[in-house]
Design a protein around this ligand. Structure first.
Ligand code: G2I
Length: 465
């Protein structure tokens, strides 16, 4: 059995690294004595240096999905502990993991995550109680009345085990169909119990742990569309009839085919206006470099713009452990280096990277600048030139992302060494021979583009090393 602890407010549990600064910036300030404040005045002078601490200063949590089998990896645990203030077990609380056979519960792997989180002062999101996927075969085989009692028993047993430990539960996950129908998804619960299974699950959940926030969680509901409209109508109906629901989770799995919608913030806001909290629950954005960073910054800013957006969870820590690792959708690369997306998320939260941290590649633009000019242009292409200038310190390397608009293609690059992202539109250029620059000194690289004389490329910030 896991150790019981006093609940902390979601967002109030912060990793050790940023805890003091986070507390000073949060609404709990009043709890600190005058002596404590006087003893630590300098802590407020710096912007927070981690995602969890920066989010806490905005009254929010910043979480990650965690897999129990990675906790033994030193860099994984160190990154988790340093950066995040909330965790979601990626698979360990799902039905097949905790109740593989009827009435026989196994919590050891989920307990491992919860114990780790609580020992670090982090909050925990519970994921998930009722979902059509990762459902053991015995559940699908039950008749209606047996299924109803199995569902209610599952909710009761799992929530009781973690009572007081979970800030928010995904009570029901992904119950709506994709596409334009707005219909419920076929599942053993839907097919045998009908629409009412969702409300029954929420009522059972409320009766079991009245202090936990109860969420409905789904994907492809991030913008205004037929699916999110259907969820919206359900939440509105629940609120009008007093069915207990506290929050809606927006998974936010984005890629080039499913980009961050332009009405993302507006969609979060319309749900918040129904009287529920909103949470970004499984964020990942495929891509790389500045384009990915811009998307992450936009998502963070959308949450901050909605008062009732209480926190953000990214769906994994390093790219290599993502459920879609080939799309490199996360904030840390395979070696746990912070990516430009990390810097963008942190800076959108009002934090800033610590220039004294030797592990930190730095905020884009901190040690060098990149400026673009079109050197020559003709009917169907152009030569572009990017000038790199070191800041007030010498540098030994630099990198810059250059994004072309399809169908433009880069034919050749000189005085720089390019690598390409999966889309083929973004090249990251590093030095070929010209990495070392004295303070204030410049170099440049050039490239030829075919497939259109305009628009000019988007040139990201320069990252120095
Ligand atoms: O699919 C992405 C997410 C969509 N929303 C609900 C989330 O719960 C879901 O998470 C993913 C996990 O990230 C994957 O890790 O859910 C998948 C299953 O639907 C998880 O994948 C499964 C594999 O399919 C299994 O083969 C594997 O045994 O992970 C299991 C544990 O590693």
């Amino acid at each position: 059995m896991i150790r019981k602890r006093t609940r902390t407010r979601a967002g109030g549990g912060t990793p050790a690294h940023g805890r003091l600064r986070a507390v000073l910036g949060a609404t709990t300030t009043a709890l600190l004595t005058v002596t404590a404040l006087a003893a630590l005045p300098q802590t407020t002078a710096h912007a927070a240096g981690t995602l969890g601490a920066a989010a806490a200063e905005k009254g929010r949590y910043f979480g990650a999905a965690v897999a129990a089998n990675h906790l033994g990896e030193a860099q994984y645990a160190a990154t988790l502990n340093r950066e995040f203030s909330s965790v979601t077990p990626e698979n360990e609380m799902k039905w097949d993991a905790v109740e593989p056979n009827r009435g026989s519960f196994s919590f050891s792997r989920a307990d491992q995550i919860v114990n780790h989180a609580r020992s670090q002062g982090m909050d925990v999101r519970g994921h998930t109680l009722v979902w059509h996927s990762q459902l053991p075969g015995w559940v699908s085989g039950l008749g209606a009345s047996d299924l109803r009692s199995a569902m209610n028993n599952h909710i009761t047993q799992v929530m009781t085990h973690y009572k007081g430990e979970i800030h928010s539960w995904d009570v029901v996950n992904e119950a709506f169909q994709d596409g334009g129908s707005g219909a419920r998804r076929s599942s053993p619960f839907q097919d045998k119990l009908g629409n009412g299974f969702i409300e029954e699950a929420f009522r059972t959940a409320r009766a079991t742990d009245p202090a936990a926030k109860l969420c409905y969680n789904d994907y492809n509901t991030d913008g205004v569309n037929a699916k999110s409209n259907a969820v919206y109508d359900m939440v509105k109906d629940f609120k009008s009839r007093g069915v207990p629901i506290d929050c809606v989770g927006f998974q936010s799995h984005f890629n080039p085919n499913s980009p961050v919608p332009s009405d993302y913030r507006a969609n979060l806001q319309r749900f918040a206006d129904l009287g529920v909290d909103v949470q970004i629950t499984e964020l990942d954005i495929e891509g790389s470099g500045q384009a990915q960073a811009t998307n992450y910054g936009n998502v963070v800013r959308a949450c901050l713009a909605v008062t009732r957006c209480t926190g953000i969870t990214v769906w994994g820590i390093p790219d290599k452990y993502s459920w879609r690792s080939s799309g490199t959708p996360l904030l840390f690369d395979d070696n746990y280096n912070k990516k430009p997306a990390y810097d963008a998320a942190l800076s959108a939260l009002g934090g800033t990277t610590d220039p004294d941290d030797p592990d930190d590649p730095g905020t884009p633009g901190a040690g060098c600048t990149a400026t673009y000019t079109t050197a020559e242009q003709w009917g169907s292409g152009y030569n572009g030139k990017v000038t790199i200038t070191a800041g007030s310190s010498p540098i030994t390397g630099w990198s810059v992302d250059v994004t072309m608009t399809s169908p433009q293609k880069v034919l050749s690059v000189w005085n720089g060494s390019p690598t390409w992202d999966n889309s083929g539109n973004v090249m990251t250029v590093r030095p070929s021979w010209n990495g070392s620059l004295a303070a204030g000194a410049s170099t440049s690289f050039g490239f030829t583009v075919s497939g259109g004389a305009s628009p000019p490329p988007q040139v990201g910030a320069c990252t120095a090393s």
